[in-house]
Design a protein around this ligand. Structure first.
Ligand SMILES: *Cc1c(COP(=O)(O)O)cnc(C)c1O
Length: 446
């Protein structure tokens, strides 16, 4: 079925014009509810995911000695970034009241991105189901046995497949190969060479596409359907992925308690999450709103060339509209966010949960990359910098939102969480390439 024509869409949904023009926009979700709800997903599933991850902790410390210190927990820290806040305020000539905190998922162990939550979780859960169904494992066992050769041989019969812009493939490839699975990663044209090379080195099969993410996913899904021994990790629809991401919210609550960060009526929480197809930010947002309720205000960040979730939510069309439908090319340096069509499952769940979405230009991502390096020596990949613009967008274009929700007077007591979604595994040469781009395209050096 051919979608509606561009001019029809722009007529019916006038705000799409700004997106079609690649303007940076802040879109407010008027379906937001204090007490958000969905019948598509439940916190029970998040609790189960957390339990599953706990069962795997003994295996994980054996398979990845870097996890010994955290006792097998794959988690990242939170960190105040006052220097970056100051640098952004200066660059954009405004004040951001409240505390500026980085959620360091760029430094998550094993695969260095937010995908180390959902992606790794789904591989583990699949492994557990297979092992239990075969009678080789019970949930009372010490899962360290999964690191033995017997289990490696057992998992070798099975294949895990996935379509990815890079980081999801990396997480699933590293985890899947460690357990012994065959892994096939269908990589979109945006995927960086080093991610493909690293996967091949780990023994995964990488299939490259000239086309974008949606095509890579579709091909992967189709091939996997023909192989009964193959499990396809479906980034567009998977509840397991979503559950794995959502666990982050429970852990964040504990981190807040330990560091005396209060979230209540007088202390609002703002969270800015870079968004591709939606699973990562969606899972985190779901968990945070379930836990912190109406005091949490969540915004998704997308590149101006790939605002698929913004469009899906704005129009209510979800996966029935793509960025190409309004003439955008889905080409961005934020490779992890280069997705032209959003997940319908995530979009539907998010309807009453998120406060809104905003878009960022690539040049702003590089400006932020430069500021973060120069002020705190912090390196994040371009995708992850989309979160940095949340507080700026909110202060510049979000007055209406702040007034409507009675937040203006509370902003000095606010906490802004910028969710850093990836970067610690980016090789040195690539970092230097990015830094060279900061000079060429960053705003500061226009
Ligand atoms: C995948 C990814 C995202 C977004 O996650 P989605 O589940 O695709 O929405 C954000 N940042 C980085 C670095 C990523 O790799």
């Amino acid at each position: 079925m051919k979608n509606k024509l561009k001019h029809e869409l722009l007529n019916q949904f006038p705000r799409l014009n700004e997106l079609a023009n690649k303007d940076t926009v802040l879109w407010e979700n008027t379906n937001w509810e204090k007490k958000a709800s969905t019948n598509l997903f439940s916190m029970e599933e998040v609790g189960e995911a957390e339990e599953t991850l706990k069962r795997f902790s003994s295996y994980l410390t054996v398979a990845f000695p870097e996890l010994l210190e955290s006792k097998g927990l794959i988690e990242s820290s939170i960190q105040e970034i006052p220097l970056i806040k100051k640098a952004l305020e200066k660059e954009f000539d405004l004040l951001i009241p409240g505390q500026f905190i980085l959620k360091c998922d760029h430094a998550l162990p094993i695969s260095g991105s937010i995908k180390a939550r959902g992606g790794i979780f789904e591989v583990l859960r699949h492994a557990e189901r297979l092992a239990i169904a075969s009678g080789r494992l019970t949930i009372e066992d010490n899962y360290a046995v999964l690191a033995t050769e017997d289990f490696q041989t057992f998992f070798q019969q099975y294949t895990i497949a996935v379509g990815s812009t890079g980081n999801l493939g990396l997480s699933i490839g590293i985890m899947g190969k460690k357990l012994g699975f065959n892994v096939v990663v269908h990589m979109s044209s945006d995927a960086k060479e080093w991610k493909k090379a690293l996967l091949r080195e780990k023994g995964a099969t990488v299939i490259e596409y000239e086309a974008d993410y949606s095509v890579a996913v579709e091909q992967g899904r189709r091939e996997a359907e023909q192989d009964p021994m193959c499990h396809f990790i479906d980034d567009e629809n998977s509840k397991d992925l979503f559950a794995g991401y959502a666990v982050a919210a429970k852990r964040l609550k504990t981190q807040f308690e330990k560091t005396n960060i209060t979230v209540d009526n007088a202390h609002p929480l703002f969270v800015y999450l870079p968004c591709g197809v939606g699973g990562g930010p969606g899972g985190v947002a779901y968990g945070i709103r379930e836990i912190f309720g109406e005091h949490a205000h969540i915004f998704f960040a997308e590149p101006v060339a790939s605002p698929c979730m913004t469009m899906g939510l704005m129009t209510g069309l979800h996966d029935e509209i793509s960025v190409e439908d309004i003439g955008l090319d889905n080409k961005t340096e934020a490779d992890g966010l280069a997705v032209g069509r959003a997940s319908k499952f995530v979009g539907k769940v998010m309807e009453t949960y998120i406060s809104g979405c905003y878009t960022v230009k690539d040049e702003e991502l590089f400006t932020s990359l430069g500021l973060a390096m120069n002020s705190e020596g912090l390196f994040l990949e371009p995708s992850a910098h989309a979160g940095m613009f949340g507080p700026i967008q909110l202060m510049k274009n979000g007055q209406n939102y702040l007034e409507k929700h009675d937040l203006v007077e509370k902003m000095e007591q606010a906490t802004h969480i910028v969710w850093a979604t990836g970067g610690s595994m980016v090789p040195e040469e690539m970092r230097e390439e990015y830094m060279a781009k900061v000079v060429r395209v960053g705003r500061t050096n226009d």
